[in-house]
Design a binder for this molecule. Structure first.
Ligand code: NAD
Length: 472
């Protein structure tokens, strides 16, 4: 064992949360030790957001080649080199890697130790031959794919988001368990890259999103030839490489060549020895208070390991909250009124704040809902991307939630993310001048929809106008 390292801050896990925190803290003058036992960049860079969006981009290229007809461009049946698409995925990861590398972080002044950290006392962590004593610890170990105890699953070859990007040969028929974001993003990408795809969902597809908008995504995916079965709880799995069978609760058997399990994630706490530091967990998650502090006051937890919202950008937000309390001793709490996310199917599905049901539960009948359809947007017409809508939930003149399904929904939701984070009024969005013709105009027009009845159906407005015309 080497001499104990004393530091201000020890971060366990170099995924998106841990890296944001390390970079911020060291550049603001803290002494930082960062522990990582596997790959710098964590799930997002290596097996999550980056590879999935890269594969989706490859699939989109293939898709547009076969969809030129409405534009007067003869469609072609693209020849897909599945292995080369994976090379593209690997190249995108390699391009981003230096930003998350040990070299970059050491260059910033962070002491990076390769090894899994585990608590040996309430204020000491060991990683390999190192012992670290820190004023504050932050656990940022993320989560891993959950493989549920479905009978037969352990003996049946299956993929998760950690292994699906390693496939070099195109699966003939991909069976997907779970129609959440991972299941549906991968289903569509594989379909567009030439696979037959069957999705089995125990409840409803995209169950965490507004059902009105989620239904539009599901319908489009079905039109592309993906079989999506809802209410199909998988009860058993069996088979061998290339010959997989899954049985759902009603006894129906679905066969395929490959199986992807995408039924959620579990927090990575196994190797932390949390009990030695008096850190409590709740259903596997590290229990944190609104300041992201654990039951050990020296230790915080950020990102998936303690959070309800398992997103890279939420981990980054958590990092910005704990940095305030750790570095400056300021009271800092997380707020979830402006949490946003996007699912990168085509059409995309994006959301921020409350959905309609949650808003009605919280605010009752004073909630108003405005919608604006993509088909009423001229740019969407030019692009033949008229499938979609924006839906805004308004309470007392302020947006409290918004969802968008359609082209670039993940980009277009940003206006509402800004408005909701800063508690702006609908008037702020309506006052924005959007260049014409852009898809982004849908947001200004949705805000206009909110004011339209107030202006056009209000008899007082008409009376004032008549008076001004007569006497003004
Ligand atoms: P999820 O929890 O969002 O969806 C899993 C789905 O699997 C659920 O709908 C559930 O009903 C279903 N399911 C569970 N057991 C089943 C069974 N035995 N048979 C059939 N269906 C079953 O999980 P996910 O899609 O794996 O995503 C994991 C996390 O990662 C989520 O928090 C998600 O939001 C996040 N993520 C986000 C994005 C994005 O923002 N674009 C992309 C990928 C993942």
């Amino acid at each position: 064992m080497t001499p104990t390292i004393s530091t201000d801050l020890c971060i366990i896990g170099a995924g998106s949360g841990g890296l944001s925190l390390a970079a911020g803290a060291v550049q603001m003058g803290a002494k930082v030790v960062l522990l990582e036992g596997h790959k710098m960049g964590g799930d997002c860079l290596n097996t999550g957001c980056v590879p999935s969006k890269s594969l989706i981009a490859a699939a989109k290229q293939a898709h547009v080649m076969s969809r030129g007809e409405p534009f007067g461009v003869r469609p072609v049946n693209p020849e897909i080199d599945f292995g080369a698409a994976k090379d593209h995925v690997a190249a995108v990861i390699a391009g981003i890697e230096p930003h998350d590398s040990v070299e970059r972080f050491e260059g910033l002044g962070v002491r990076v130790i390769t090894g899994y950290g585990r608590f040996v006392s309430p204020r000491d962590v060991e990683a390999g031959s190192h012992r670290i004593r820190a004023r504050r610890f932050v656990i940022a170990t993320g989560s891993s794919p959950l493989v549920p105890p479905i009978p037969g699953i352990d003996a049946t070859p299956h993929l998760t988001n950690e292994s699906v990007f390693d496939l070099r040969d195109r699966p003939e028929h991909l069976l997907v368990i779970g129609a959440g974001p991972i299941g549906l993003e991968m289903a569509q990408a594989h379909r567009r890259l030439g696979c037959q795809v069957t999705v089995l969902e125990g409840l409803v597809a995209l169950g965490k999103d507004d059902p009105e908008l989620a239904a539009i995504v599901v319908e489009q995916l079905r039109r592309e030839g993906i079989a999506i079965h809802e209410g199909a709880q998988v009860a058993e799995a069996a088979g061998t490489e290339g010959d997989i069978r899954v049985t759902v609760a009603d006894g129906t058997v679905h066969s395929g060549t490959h199986l992807l399990v995408a039924v959620g994630r579990k927090p990575n706490t196994d190797s932390l020895d949390l009990e030695k530091a008096g850190i409590r967990t709740d259903r596997g998650r590290i229990q944190v208070n609104a300041s992201l502090r654990t039951s050990n006051r020296r230790v915080y937890a950020i990102g998936d390991v303690g959070g309800v919202y398992q997103f890279t950008h939420v981990a980054g937000y958590h990092a910005s909250v704990v940095i305030r309390s750790i570095l400056f001793g300021l009271p800092a709490k997380v707020s979830d009124h402006h949490v946003s996310w996007a699912t990168f199917t085509d059409p995309e599905l994006a959301h921020v704040g409350l959905d309609e049901a949650a808003a009605r539960k919280r605010h009752g009948d004073s909630v108003e809902v405005v919608r604006f359809a993509y088909e009423d947007n001229d740019r969407a017409r030019a692009e033949r991307a008229t499938l979609g809508m924006v839906k805004v939930i308004v309470h007392r003149g302020r947006p409290v939630g918004a969802s968008i399904v359609g082209a670039q929904a993940g980009e277009q939701i940003q206006v509402w993310a800004l408005a909701i984070a800063n508690r702006l009024k609908m008037g702020a969005v309506a006052a924005m001048m959007s260049p014409y013709p852009t898809i982004g105009e849908i947001n200004k027009r949705a805000a206009g929809q909110y004011f339209a009845p107030r202006l056009f159906e209000n008899p007082w407005v008409k009376r004032v106008v008549r008076l001004v015309q007569r006497f003004g």
